[in-house]
Design a protein around this ligand. Structure first.
Ligand code: ADP
Ligand code: MG
Length: 244
């Protein structure tokens, strides 16, 4: 379970998150939509401890995070990052390592798995995303869609409770987008808890359990895909959906 309660965050004078409350159940696929600049990336980064926040609480897998700094917070952040994976628009793979080395990096260094065990698991995960035959190549020789599937395998290698996706297909062409979406559908069906920021509306419509619209730092509408897409209550939601 992920529970955000009244999260606020500012950059200088600018209030970026203005009291965001959000619950994502275990096994739930939650899609965050909203206009550019609304705070979606900031919110994901806050959940994963990549950003600090100013008010509210974040609970992830029984760990509770409050604003501030200090050793206690650092320890909690370390635990949260072990349990929550993140997939970025620009893949963020290590360019000088092979695909397999990218996938085993964190299990070996953070989870202290033996190299043999990590390699065996990584091969299984690369097979799952359809890239086992690319295990010994470098990211630069792969298509964007293939790199993103490696990034997903890398996230899965940590056995995460949840995976956060920040516009995972925005840098991809339609064909490779479809390959990545198909892997994400497979994850969703296996019960992986996911929070997905995306413009891929068909994914939101067909895979999401719940959809939330984030605009100007506030969740202005939440519901099932049917509710939000077929019968939006907030005029701003209707405006946003028209523009997509
Ligand atoms: P979204 O992902 O919904 O497009 P972001 O979370 O990237 O929105 O950005 C929300 C707001 O926060 C934007 O106005 C953006 O300019 C601002 N912002 C994001 N990161 C920073 C930063 N590091 N410093 C200052 N302002 C930032
Ligand atoms: Mg963003």
């Amino acid at each position: 379970m992920i529970r955000l309660s009244e999260i606020t965050k500012r950059y200088g004078q600018m209030e970026i998150l203005r009291g965001v409350t959000l619950e994502v159940a275990s096994g739930e696929v939650c899609v965050l939509l909203g206009p550019s600049g609304g705070g979606k990336s900031t919110l994901l980064r806050t959940i994963n401890g990549l950003e600090t926040f100013d008010g509210g609480t974040i609970e992830v897998a029984g760990l509770k995070l409050v604003p501030g700094t200090g050793i206690e917070r650092d320890r909690t952040l370390h635990e949260i990052r072990k349990r929550v994976g993140m997939v970025f628009q620009q893949f963020n793979l290590f360019p000088h390592r092979t695909v397999l080395e990218n996938v085993i990096e964190a299990p070996v260094h953070v989870l202290r798995q033996s190299k043999e065990e990590a390699i065996q698991r990584a091969r299984g995960l690369l097979d799952r995303v359809g890239l086992l035959e690319k295990a010994h190549t470098r990211p630069a020789s792969l298509s964007g869609g293939q790199q993103q599937r490696v990034a997903i395998a890398r996230a899965l290698a940590m056995n995460p409770e949840a995976i956060l996706f920040d516009e995972p297909t925005s840098a991809l062409d339609p064909r490779t987008t479809a390959e990545v979406i198909s892997v994400m559908q497979d994850l969703a069906q296996s019960g992986q808890q996911m929070i997905v920021v995306t413009h891929a509306m068909s994914f939101a419509k067909t895979v999401a359990h719940r959809v939330h619209i984030l605009q100007a730092g506030r969740i202005i509408e939440s519901g099932t895909p049917e509710q939000v897409f077929e019968n939006p209550q907030n005029p701003a939601t209707r405006e946003f959906l028209k523009s997509e």
